[in-house]
Design a binder for this molecule. Structure first.
Ligand code: SF4
Ligand code: F3S
Length: 106
């Protein structure tokens, strides 16, 4: 399965949702997640993210392991998103900032 990781937080570019063949992205206030039971591992979303926040769970960067559980948990409660929208207003400023997990709004 593929996982949305920390660098999506406060960016939320949403380019990823347009290419997903099974529409398995779910949207929170400042982050998206992938439903692990719905993702078919097609890998189409990974290169679409301008923030490079999407990885296969087998190839997660160091320290991003908690996002496996965060994606699974929040995909159960957040609404589905299938169409691209504008990124968050300060997306460029937040892109690449470390330690954004504390900024995650649920
Ligand atoms: Fe959707 Fe494919 Fe990305 Fe999984 S890997 S979230 S199925 S686009
Ligand atoms: Fe987030 Fe990247 Fe999608 S920033 S919303 S995972 S395009």
């Amino acid at each position: 399965t593929f996982v949305v990781t920390e660098n999506c937080i406060k960016c939320k570019y949403t380019d990823c949702v347009e290419v997903c063949p099974v529409d398995c992205f779910y949207e929170g206030p400042n982050f998206l997640v992938i439903h692990p039971d719905e993702c078919i591992d097609c890998a189409l979303c990974e290169p679409e993210c301008p923030a490079e926040a999407i990885f296969s769970e087998d190839e997660l960067p160091e320290g991003q392991e908690p996002f496996i559980e965060i994606n699974a948990e929040l995909a159960e409660v957040w609404p589905n998103i299938t169409e691209k929208k504008d990124p968050l207003p300060d997306a460029e400023e937040w892109d690449g900032k470390p330690d954004k997990l504390e900024q995650l709004e649920r």
